[in-house]
Write a protein that binds this ligand. Structure first.
Ligand code: NAG
Ligand code: NAG
Length: 160
């Protein structure tokens, strides 16, 4: 636990210590699906549950600062990966980050090769009511019950 806090502290110190030009270059981006049924649906919190990340309409899509953490600039919440015995891992938004596995590969959201999850880029999207889809990190072939679609990938609209 202490070493986890130490790494988080070191990570934060590095972020704070970054040169000004890099800090200003760190933009925030929307994150979206590119294949049916989540084609051009955007990452955001479910209106009825701030801790539930979903893909939904572009107009309510949040903006995120993406590094080894993914943080919403709209809500300040971090995108965390939860634990589960299944190969699909639930995602949640929280005021505190416990996930430093994220990375960008081009415009694609992945988990880093060196992370607990290895390099993963697939997500499972499951239909909710109201045109929203819940998402899980996919690390194998399990799929939740319901109307779900696996091998979905998440991308930045552009690298501008
Ligand atoms: C999120 O914040 C951006 C500015 O950083 C703003 O343009 C956008 O409308 C906000 N989105 C929501 C859903 O509040
Ligand atoms: C990380 O935090 C989330 C809440 O955002 C929680 O559901 C999850 O279990 C936590 N993961 C670990 C590994 O503690």
């Amino acid at each position: 636990m202490l070493s986890l806090f130490a790494s988080i502290f070191l990570f934060l110190s590095c972020v704070v210590a970054r040169p000004v030009e890099e800090a200003t270059a760190a933009s925030s981006y929307q994150i979206r699906g590119v294949s049916s049924p989540i084609f051009h649906l955007y990452l955001q919190a479910l209106p009825s549950s701030a801790s539930t990340p979903v893909l939904g309409p572009a107009a309510s899509g949040e903006y995120f600062t993406i590094g080894s953490t993914i943080q919403s600039t709209n809500t300040s919440n971090y995108l965390n990966i939860g634990t589960a015995s299944t190969s699909y891992k639930p995602l949640s938004f929280s005021k505190t980050s416990n996930t430093t596995a994220w990375a960008l590969e081009g415009d694609t959201i992945i988990t880093a090769t060196a992370s607990t999850y290895g390099r993963q880029l697939n997500f499972v999207a499951c239909q909710l009511t109201g045109g929203y889809y819940s998402i899980y990190l996919q690390t194998g072939s399990d799929v939740p019950s319901g109307t779900c679609s696996n091998f979905q990938t998440l991308h930045l609209p552009c690298l501008c």
